[in-house]
Design a protein around this ligand. Sequence first.
Ligand code: OGA
Ligand code: MN
Length: 210
Amino acid sequence: MSASELFDRIANEIYQQGFCVIRNALPEALGVALASEVRSLPEENFSRAGIGRQADHQNIETIRRDEICWIDNTTAAGQAWLLWADGLQQALNRRLFLGLFSFESHYAHYHPGDFYKVHLDAFRGQQNRVLTVVTYLNPDWTDADGGELLIYPEKSNQPLLTVKPEFGTLVVFLSEEFPHEVLPTLTDRYSIAGWYRINTSDSNRVDPAF
Ligand code: OGA
Ligand code: MN
């Protein structure tokens, strides 16, 4: 699948149903570079992920237990990923007029036993994250490893989809509309989670602040 065929398919599925899951979507060489980089980063580059301002540390750990490392242009693989994500951003803006303005993303490392309980990535009217992108960096993933991503319809606890965190699988969904969770993983699980934002600047506020 060429990049433009892939981006067309993502745009169509987002338009039709608000989400899409595509296996082997990430360009192979990019996936290989990211999978190797995430495993070679020093442990101290990763920190316990947060969930918002109010929650204290103990509370957070009952909700999510992954460790994250934000991705920037300072590494070769990070740069290639951000370039790819920018291509997707432009394609979606051209096809769907979404007005996506910026992109932020992090590597996530779930150690054995780690999970992320049901959550939304953005709350209607409060945030400017509009589209979530997740991809997986786990060659040789098997069903026995657990760690599936479950995506729910807005008002039901019956999952719409179960996604295995297999190398190259790409998941894209509207951030405000789909509650989702990561089931406990039994082995080390590596992913990237990213968000496209719209610009909500007004005369009183400049956002994003970077
Ligand atoms: C997140 C998230 C899903 C995954 O980081 O917000 O939902 O499968 N990640 O890693
Ligand atoms: Mn999420």
